[in-house]
Design a protein around this ligand. Structure first.
Ligand SMILES: *Cc1c(COP(=O)(O)O)cnc(C)c1O
Length: 388
């Protein structure tokens, strides 16, 4: 960004960050450069673009934008969050080990357990909110700590700055999946993380219409290696999808404000009710992650998990909802509810799942930007309808 842009607050960077419009025509929106290749003027004389797996102007505008938002120097866009994770995990080699948060996105667990494990890259699951446990897990073969905060689906908060102190001291990489909060609420690179990962499918796109993923780093050598892997592995984001995510990001600030406002109301309502035996939400003062969350982020996000009281049948609850939709995914404008044990986290063996608290009665709610009272009314009628 130009110098004056460095002074802008994130509300303005969302709209004017990255490449702002089209320099050639003045088009206010970055055009969709729907092309696979580019004319070269002679051997070795390209105009900065060679082939769209390697680079595409629409994708490049988005990559610059996500880097600006995360306050990193380099951004990379992928066809999905998992394509981004695949590329980051490809930094490691046989014999390397990762220390991983104990409740993470199920697909992240799956790719570690059933793909990279086959290549001799191992992992150890640790409660990363417990700093002593993180420190104890660091051995020679450990090359990185992989954290989700708040984690999926129990919203466990890890003190990113404190873990970064441990990884810096021991020469390991700190990787943070920032999907649940987005750079609008949390910027892990500024807290000492080395690599930030996103599923852009969620809040960044924001409209449940596009699958995408991101990686952002600040270190040049690390960026060069990641760009190499991005091109070598090839899981890049298409031009049209890049356009859609740029469009989504423009309204991220106003959406997140409403998401969080609604989530706070719903979490407080749930916690004060007799309907649930537990509410997980780092925006509640009673939540163990509340203070750390407040210290390291600009808001608690809009993901809430809760355990329905035994008086209610969770299967019936899902079937009784009218406004809130039962579906995988999160972070869209519409409220979505899911059953982690059988949906997002089904890839995790039952004993591992239950040990960390992902019980069968656990319900995960992605609070949308509808009217909060309408959402509460719908949740309440569905809970009442599910009484045993
Ligand atoms: C959805 C999600 C992913 C995977 O992203 P896809 O875009 O579905 O591939 C990774 N991490 C978190 C926290 C997610 O919610």
């Amino acid at each position: 960004m130009g110098d004056f842009k460095n002074e802008l607050s994130i509300d303005s960077v969302l709209i004017h960050g990255g490449i702002d419009g089209d320099e050639t025509t003045g088009a206010v929106s970055v055009p969709v450069y729907q092309t696979s290749t580019y004319k070269q003027d002679g051997l070795g004389k390209d105009r900065g673009w060679e082939y769209s797996r390697t680079g595409n102007p629409t994708r490049a505008a988005l990559e610059k934008l996500i880097a600006d938002l995360e306050q990193g120097s380099y951004g990379l866009a992928f066809a999905s969050g998992l394509a981004a994770i695949n590329t980051v995990l490809s930094l490691f080699k046989s014999g390397d080990k990762l220390v991983v948060s104990d409740n993470i996105y199920g697909g992240t667990f799956r790719i570690l357990d059933n793909v990279f494990n086959n290549f001799g890259i191992t992992y150890e699951i640790v409660d990363t909110s417990d700093l002593a446990a993180v420190e104890a897990a660091i051995t020679d073969e450990v090359k990185a700590v992989y954290v989700e905060s708040p984690a999926n689906p129990l919203l466990t908060v890890t003190d990113i700055e404190a873990v970064a102190k441990i990884t810096k001291k021991t020469g390991k990489l700190l990787i943070v999946d920032n999907t649940f909060l987005t750079p609008y609420l949390q910027r892990p690179l500024t807290l000492g993380a080395d690599i930030v990962i996103h599923s852009g499918t969620k809040y960044l796109g924001g409209h449940s219409d596009t699958i995408s993923g991101f990686v952002v780093v600040d270190d040049k050598a690390l960026a060069d290696r990641l760009y190499y892997l991005q091109n070598a592995i090839g899981g890049v984001l298409a031009p049209w999808d890049s356009f859609l995510v740029i469009r989504g990001i423009k309204t991220l600030g106003v959406r997140m404000d409403r998401h969080v406002e609604n989530a706070k109301k719903i979490a407080e309502w749930l916690a004060a009710s007799n309907y649930v035996s537990k509410v997980y939400y780092p925006g509640l003062k009673s939540d163990p992650g509340y203070e750390t969350q407040k210290k390291q982020a600009d808001g608690p996000g809009a993901m809430i998990s809760f355990v329905l009281d035994q008086k209610y049948d969770h299967r019936k609850f899902f079937e009784s909802l009218h406004l809130v939709t039962l579906a995988e995914s999160l972070g869209g404008v519409e409220s979505l509810v899911c059953h982690p044990a059988s949906m997002t986290h089904a890839a995790i063996p039952k004993d591992v799942r239950e040990k960390v608290g992902i019980v069968d009665e656990l319900i995960r709610l992605s609070v949308g930007i509808e009217n909060a009272e309408d959402l509460i009314k719908d949740l309440e009628q569905a809970i009442k309808a599910s009484a045993r």
